[in-house]
Design a protein around this ligand. Structure first.
Ligand code: MG
Length: 341
């Protein structure tokens, strides 16, 4: 089993700003695992917020290379062994897990969806994200996003009311709001109760990640459902959130891969929480991997690759926000350029 990896700069169509960060490009690391005649691809999208960067990703991959020589058949066993040797670093682990899944599914001649026994029995629509910007740029972005029936709007600014009014001057389509920890609890109650009158479907992460009791306080005073994002990474985080939130945002790069994302979706159901499948800024490789498990989720937010100017992979495609998976084995995403592995 031969693992190689390459880091690439992915440029965004617009500077992407949210309440707690801003960026023009991201640096993701792509993993290629070859065994016999089969090749599997994976991707790691590090987040400074979760203490990962290109250097830490590359260190984890170097550490994992000798361990992968002992890979037998169980991806979960392999990932457990890597998890024991290397704490945290869930984006790096996602890169490895996706490449192993791609390889194993191709060998078995099934897609990732089939590997997990997931039925493709309903149409799925992703939201499209509108980042924080000045009001004219926001309006231009909303016009450019006319094909997407649901927008996810980033708030947590001093201009939140103006942003929504600017969007409402153009469209009445359904909005999801992500405050990215940007509000105080009193501010959240006031804004959420107004947003309820603006065809808003849900509110994500109103308060800083660790303010669970304050989020429960907000929940008693508003009607819109509250979703955790920064407050939840893995299954073990879910139970304490159930009193404060109505749903959770699950992302491959936060939790360590497809197995844990599926596990989290099941755990969330046990605690009567709704589920959203989200993403970081990722190429069509990791987005396609996530799209395979999308039927397990109530809300889909897989627009990461749609925000890119130079997506190096092709896989899942979108039409009016509804996505279609490639008819291929494994993840089904292929490089569009010479990756220089
Ligand atoms: Mg979020």
């Amino acid at each position: 089993m031969n693992l190689t990896f390459v880091t690439r700069q992915l440029t965004l169509n617009h500077t992407f700003a949210v309440a707690n960060s801003s960026k023009k490009s991201v640096e993701n690391t792509f993993v290629r695992i070859q065994s016999d005649d089969y090749v599997g691809y994976g991707e790691a999208a590090p987040s400074y917020f979760y203490h990962e960067n290109t250097a830490s990703i590359r260190r984890v991959l170097e550490t994992a290379i000798p361990m992968l020589q002992h890979f037998q058949a169980s991806i979960q066993l392999m990932m457990d062994q890597i998890g024991e040797a290397i704490p945290g670093n869930f984006a790096a682990k996602t890169g490895i897990e996706l490449a192993l899944l791609d390889l194993v599914a191709k060998r078995k001649m099934v897609s990732i969806r089939e590997l997990f026994g997931i039925k493709n029995d309903r149409s799925l629509t992703t939201s499209f994200t509108i980042g924080i910007d000045n009001l004219d740029v926001i309006k231009a972005k909303v016009i450019a996003a006319k094909d997407y029936p649901i927008l996810k709007v980033k708030l947590g600014t001093r201009e939140d009311y103006e942003i929504i009014k600017a969007i409402r001057s153009i469209t009445d389509k359904k909005l999801r709001i992500d405050a990215n920890e940007g509000w105080t609890k009193e501010e959240a109650v006031e804004k959420i109760n107004w947003l309820e009158t603006q065809n808003v479907e849900l509110i994500e992460q109103p308060l800083p990640a660790d303010e669970i009791a304050n989020t429960a306080w907000i929940r008693e005073r508003v009607n819109l459902p509250l979703f955790a994002d920064e407050s939840v990474k893995r299954s073990g985080d879910i139970e304490p959130l159930a009193e404060a939130f109505d749903g959770i945002n699950i992302k491959l790069m936060k939790c360590g891969g497809v197995h844990e994302a599926v596990n989290m979706a099941k755990t969330a159901r046990r605690f009567h929480l709704s589920t959203m499948l989200g993403c970081f800024i990722e190429s069509s490789l990791a987005i396609t991997a996530a799209a395979h498990i999308a039927p397990l989720f109530d809300y889909i937010d897989l627009d990461g690759a749609l925000l890119l100017k130079n997506d190096p992979f092709a896989g899942v495609t979108f039409a009016n926000g509804q996505f279609t998976l490639p008819d291929k084995y494994g993840i089904g995403a292929e490089p569009l350029v010479d990756m220089g592995w």
